[in-house]
Design a protein around this ligand. Structure first.
Ligand code: AMP
Ligand code: ZN
Length: 114
């Protein structure tokens, strides 16, 4: 996707602070963090949003969820706990239309989400 911000980050056309990378998954620090640890975990292959997940492409979601505890442990938030959030579409506040999983921790998190 030529105009996708996160595809550009994966290609290295826009800089990012890498937190994790494997064949299918990339993770980088959020530019506008809401907690001491705020990392975005994304598939390297463009998928716009959760609505676009299907039997054909869902295997990458397991890869993402395999990566998340590794990233959490590496950044010292696994023991205390953390939250994983995916905003799907406009009403949920999705602003970048390349599916991403916010990994948020390092402080006490309130619930329910707004
Ligand atoms: P969402 O609102 O769920 O679509 O989340 C998009 C996230 O991307 C926000 O938390 C932004 O702060 C973050 N973001 C936007 N541009 C960049 C960037 N260039 N590098 C890192 N994070 C970004
Ligand atoms: Zn993309």
């Amino acid at each position: 996707m030529e105009d996708c911000l996160f595809c550009k980050i994966i290609k290295g056309e826009i800089p990012s602070k890498k937190a994790y990378e494997d064949e299918d998954v990339y993770a980088f620090w959020d530019i506008s963090p809401t907690a001491p640890v705020h990392i975005l975990v994304i598939p390297k292959k463009h998928i716009a949003m959760l609505n676009d997940i299907s039997e054909q492409n869902s295997s990458v979601i397991s890869k993402i969820y395999e990566a998340i505890p590794k990233i959490a442990k590496e950044n010292g938030i696994a023991e205390d706990g953390y939250r994983v959030v995916t905003n799907c579409n406009k009403a949920a506040g999705q602003t970048v239309f390349h599916i991403h999983f916010h990994l948020i921790g390092g402080r006490e998190l309130t619930w329910p989400a707004g």
